[in-house]
Design a binder for this molecule. Structure first.
Ligand SMILES: [Zn+2]
Length: 334
């Protein structure tokens, strides 16, 4: 049941079951299963009759966990908070019901109430927080207080793709567990078993991260990528205005991912390399790379990175998409 490449690092951690640190920070590339690792850690720690140190899947505790109903387990994620997003964000259907990107202080205060109670099963208590970089500053400070006075029998697990964005004081109170990208063969086998179509293409696009690849292999995501790639491949340039019409933040995020990986591939092809992400679009990449200017591609890459950072803030998605597509044309129609 556990994702195969998580088993070994988890078993290693669980070998120290009786002297685990109060707080863990699970890091590693996006899409390799960090959140699943944190959950499996919790399930194994809470399990009443572990098998080979990992959860048995049979005991009452495992059963409750499977029902998302374990009284000694809490998961903290950014909560829906449309009221924070102001008027600047398009509130289209796509964005409705979308989770806000921050973890608020009230959510951390709720942890303090939770840890003040005794555990239901007279064992451990586990709190998983992901993504940890979503903590608002006040929430981060409140969490720091909890980490400074660790509640008894409680494990707090932070999950983050970007640990550098956490307070150094939080990082220093956690033991780091860094998960690795699995071997390509293992990742491919897992994706095939999960029924993903074109696993090779999805895996390349995801830079080898299998869970991200599984997401990108979904029909909706594949269609979206095809649409963006078709636009980026146009010999006479992307139709920036037409393409960006009707854009919202969700579209923008997905487009930024495609553009970023595409520009990385252009840089590689331009430098006589092979595409790494869009492996099924090599001819189009080569055609675009011929007229592209390296220094402009690198400048565009920086701009895309900045846009991805800002996507969490209220912004006009259509204008950003238009602007980036025009910058792309300038970089590739020299
Ligand atoms: Zn169990």
């Amino acid at each position: 049941m556990i994702i195969p490449w998580l088993r070994e690092p988890l078993a290693r951690l669980m070998a120290r079951r009786d002297r685990l640190p109060h707080a863990l920070l699970v890091t590693g590339r996006a899409g390799i299963g960090k959140r699943e690792f944190a959950r499996e850690f919790a399930r194994s720690l809470l399990c009443e009759s572990p098998v080979d140190r990992l959860s048995c899947g049979q005991c009452p505790s495992c059963h409750w966990f499977g029902q998302a109903n374990h009284p000694d387990y809490r998961e903290i994620v950014p909560e829906s908070a449309e009221e924070d997003e102001g008027d600047g964000v398009s509130a289209t259907g796509k964005d409705a019901g979308r989770k806000s990107l921050v973890v608020k202080i009230e959510q951390i205060r709720a942890i303090r109430a939770f840890v003040a109670l005794s555990t239901h099963r007279a064992g451990h208590r586990v709190i998983v927080l992901h993504p940890a970089e979503a903590l608002q500053p006040a929430a981060a400070n409140a969490l720091l207080k909890t980490l400074e006075e660790p509640p008894p029998a409680t494990a707090i697990v932070l999950v983050s793709d970007r640990p550098a964005r956490l307070l150094a004081t939080i990082r220093s109170r956690c033991e780091s567990v860094t998960l690795r990208v699995p071997a390509a063969s293992e990742a491919r086998a897992w994706l095939e078993a999960a029924g993903a179509s074109e696993p090779e293409v999805a895996l390349a696009l995801a830079g080898g991260a299998p869970l991200l690849a599984a997401e990108l292999a979904q029909p909706e995501e594949r269609d979206w990528r095809r649409r963006v790639v078709a636009e980026l491949s146009r010999p006479d340039g992307a139709r920036a205005l037409a393409f960006a019409a009707g854009f919202d933040r969700a579209f923008l995020e997905r487009t930024l991912f495609v553009m970023q990986t595409w520009v990385h591939d252009l840089v590689r092809v331009k430098s006589a390399g092979e595409p790494r992400h869009h492996v099924d679009a090599a001819p189009a990449l080569r055609a675009k790379a011929r007229r592209a200017r390296l220094e402009r591609l690198l400048a565009l890459d920086r701009e895309l990175l900045e846009a991805r950072r800002l996507v969490a803030h209220p912004l006009n998605a259509r204008l950003v998409a238009e602007h980036l597509m025009m910058a792309y044309n300038r970089a590739t129609l020299a």
